[in-house]
Design a protein around this ligand. Sequence first.
Ligand SMILES: NC(=O)c1ccc[n+]([C@@H]2O[C@H](COP(=O)([O-])OP(=O)(O)OC[C@H]3O[C@@H](n4cnc5c(N)ncnc54)[C@H](OP(=O)(O)O)[C@@H]3O)[C@@H](O)[C@H]2O)c1
Length: 241
Amino acid sequence: MSSSRVAFVAGATGYTGQAVVRRLVADGVRVVAHVRPDSPRLGEWCERFIALGAEVNAAMWTGPEMGDAIRELGVTEVYGLTGTTMKRARSLARSGGDAADASHEAVDYGLTRHLVDASVAAGTRPWLVYLSSLGASPSARGSYLRARGRAEVAIQEADLPWSILRASFITGPDRGESRPAERVGAVLGNGLLAVAAAFGGKRLRERYRSIDADGLAAILVALPGDEARQGQVLTLDALRG
Ligand SMILES: NC(=O)c1ccc[n+]([C@@H]2O[C@H](COP(=O)([O-])OP(=O)(O)OC[C@H]3O[C@@H](n4cnc5c(N)ncnc54)[C@H](OP(=O)(O)O)[C@@H]3O)[C@@H](O)[C@H]2O)c1
């Protein structure tokens, strides 16, 4: 199947990002998987994405350089799937790096800000799909949800078509990275939500129950071009099949 869609996936190496790349390729979309230029696994990722049928781009994380790439590649949709954890920041500090480079401010807000600036600088108005989190708000108390909230505002203020999806737990047995707390939280949460659903809380269950990367990817890739979802902050209860 051929398509006029060209997708640029930022965060392509992550759990969700890899699934989005796979899903888009399967749908016949031309896919450009972005890998950070300083990735110690750049060569390995190039091989893996090319074997899947995607292209690879390793533009610097700056508005102008990434913007040039988005324009020159003829990108019609951009996916913002990057994100960090406190564990990543601690691990960077242990290996002699600056933990601030892996902070929520630098990654969850900062990289999204660059992606927005790049999408605007491209001048071609690609549709920006951003994976956010339930509870995101610029006035949230925690640094993660606050950074996500600020990223959402940056998107909403940009002159672009956009869709934001606020997910809860993204996890599944196929997640390579070990995140036991997230898995346990998802299993317990899903159990409680099943009870709530039995008492009429189906919508609540659909919003909060965990989702795996393949399920999420199918939802995300259907957003660009869907005018009813343009300029919308969405939750999963409105989108699960
Ligand atoms: N996990 C959840 O339960 C959950 C729930 C709601 C929302 N979210 C959000 O959804 C998004 C995707 O989640 P996920 O679980 O798929 O994420 P993930 O597997 O942790 O992947 C994170 C992605 O961000 C990239 N990244 C991290 N730090 C970076 C940096 N300093 N420079 C450039 N790239 C960087 C990673 O690239 P490298 O591989 O090169 O490090 C990777 O591609 C994240 O934004 C997350 O915050 C997650």
